[in-house]
Design a protein around this ligand. Structure first.
Ligand code: TXA
Ligand code: MG
Length: 343
């Protein structure tokens, strides 16, 4: 573990960053913080490094990785060109929680990093430690979230350690991440930009910059195949059945009572506003409903905390699908994998 204070100046000259960058140059894999979640980085130009990433995570080889860069010059070696809409999005949101899909230039990146696709996902993270590490390594870094495949993405170095200790070269600990959910993925290879994964940057924010933006129909229709290969997998799953409930707190408490009467141990996932209302075996608070960004920030930590409890069933409140609420509900639905209980 390399511990780094993200607020100090000249991070790239720090011995911890230099050592971690040295590992990356030797095609080892290293976890590092970004503003969204921790990433597991490796040299995107090396099959050897990229294979280590897939192995450490237990990730299916058909799921391509995001390439992380620290400056826009880095991008030209591996994309065919930057369309007008993409260029506007980069100016508006980079560095930041937005991943842009572009046509790939053959020959520089590892084919394994892009899972053999003709396109590539790119993002410039808004985190001083991530940027310093990329700069110091001099490499584009392929970096998926630094969790075991299927688990919630890590928002602290401790989460990474829980999942990947013994499987990677090291972790750069830069404290808790900020946004808490992964970046928004936008495909800019066609005319109108298409959201493939909702995330830190909302549809409304994108539309302010480029006008019309559409969303992959698979995000709302389970019968369709998602355009981002990773979106077809169940994710973030708690160990016990996790039901989202579209109903009042009284109705959720009623469900809790029924299950407890059957002798089950019941958990509830709620927010600060309602936490004192519930009577269950375990009640966990995930941020504050009135400020959805705090729900995003706390979401994965809360899901991971439920996995440390011995419960038969968990009920969770739902959120309005506006702004970052879209990404929150997308991740909660994937964590549940069950139909919403409608009261
Ligand atoms: O915030 C984030 O994006 C974090 C941090 C570490 O940067 N990274 C992350 O990576 O969430 P990962 O690998 O967990 O998710 C990448 C998503 C997957 O759903 C993948 O299928 C999709 O992006 N993706 C990658 N390349 C793609 C491509 N060329 N076309 C379509 N989807 C792609
Ligand atoms: Mg992931």
């Amino acid at each position: 573990m390399w511990t780094v204070d993200k607020n100090v100046d000249n991070l790239e000259t720090y011995p911890q960053i230099k050592e971690a960058a040295q590992n990356l140059k030797q095609n080892e894999v290293v976890a590092f913080p970004t503003e969204t979640v921790y990433g597991l980085g490796g040299n995107a130009e090396s099959d050897e490094a990229v294979l280590k990433i897939f192995e450490a995570k237990g990730r299916p080889g058909d799921n391509p990785l995001i390439i992380h860069i620290a400056n826009t010059e880095q991008i030209h070696s591996f994309v065919k060109g930057i369309p007008e809409q993409a260029s506007r999005l980069m100016d508006a949101f980079w560095p930041g929680p937005l991943t842009i899909i572009l046509e790939k230039k053959e020959g520089t990146l590892s084919e394994k990093a892009t899972a053999g696709l003709s396109t590539v996902a790119v993002r410039m993270p808004d985190h001083p430690v991530a940027l310093a590490l990329i700069e110091e390594s001099g490499l584009p870094l392929a970096a998926p979230s630094a969790n075991l495949s299927g688990k919630p993405s890590p928002t602290t170095a401790a989460h990474v350690a829980d999942d990947l200790t013994g499987r990677i070269s090291g972790i750069v600990d830069g404290g808790a991440t900020g946004v808490g959910l992964e970046s928004t993925v936008v495909d800019c290879t066609g005319g109108i930009p298409v959201i493939l994964r909702p995330g830190g940057v909302t549809k409304e924010q994108l539309e302010e910059v480029v006008g019309e933006v559409s969303a992959d129909p698979a995000l709302t229709d389970e019968g369709q195949a998602p355009k981002a290969p990773g979106m077809k997998y169940r994710h973030y799953a708690p160990n016990s059945p996790f039901y989202l409930v579209d109903g009042s707190k009284e109705e959720i408490q009623q469900l809790v009572n029924e299950k407890r009467n059957e002798g089950q141990r019941v958990g509830v996932m709620t927010t600060k506003e309602n936490k004192d209302f519930y009577d269950a075996n375990v009640v966990k608070t995930c941020g504050e409903r009135a400020r959805l960004e705090t729900v995003a920030e706390a979401l994965y930590d809360t899901l991971r905390a439920f996995n440390k409890e011995d419960l038969d069933i968990i009920f969770g409140e739902i959120f309005p699908e506006q702004g970052v609420g879209q990404a929150i509900m997308n991740r909660l639905s994937k964590a549940s994998g069950l139909p919403i209980i409608i009261k």
